[in-house]
Design a protein around this ligand. Sequence first.
Ligand SMILES: [Fe+2]
Length: 270
Amino acid sequence: MTDKEFPWYDGGWLRCYHSARQYLGANDVSALATFEQQMAPLRTRRDFKPLLMKNLIQDDILTALKTHLSLMSEDDMDPTEFFSFGRLISTDVPILDELQEQLATVVANACKEKVERNYNFLSLYNNFGICEPHMDAPEAKWTLDICIDQSEPWPIYLSDTQEWPVPNPKTDSDLDWKSFILSTVQFREYTLMPGDALLFSGSSQWHYRNRIEQRHSNNYCHLAFLHYVPEGCRKRCRPRRWASLFEQPGLATLPAIEDYISEYESDSKE
Ligand SMILES: [Fe+2]
């Protein structure tokens, strides 16, 4: 399997998934059935609709988040996606962990399943802000996108909930598959104001933001992303755990999984 297949953001995860299925199918059919059954909760039901929650975040929490941001220096932030997304990222923010815990019940009620916390981060988009069309790996099955502050409203576009895992695109051209998705899938625009939150299925809905509009000398949008997964599913979302979870040591040496671990999970705390 090459990186021409599933050429988007969560493509590495999907290559792991399909490689594991292929390996188990060839070596242990009953383990394949277990694998499929364990992955089933990562699918999002097709009738799920995103939910825009106006003023979900109380003023005192919003103020605390803004204060936290104002006290940070650029050295405290991860610049990895400065050029690709036009953003700096901040992780390990205690106030965000607390907020995510508090909102777990709200998310569970809205998506109608029990959930547990997964990763979170602050995303500080700047003048170059953009978010190309993509889906995320199942670690972001439920994404709560919170607007903290912005120079102007900056719409996000969401598709309907798609069948998961989505099939490989017919073309291997980077430009063509994006054009194909944008021209064949229906999107709806959502606009958030500070304090608003948007719940959607990051792993089953295509989503994107156009380049941030150049209306001021400093255009920005500061967001918090809180991710949740079905209760009990955190470990099975992570390809590095599959060899031990399914008692299949061979899974650890599949090239797709080795590549994924070295790119995304080498410093994982779990
Ligand atoms: Fe995303």
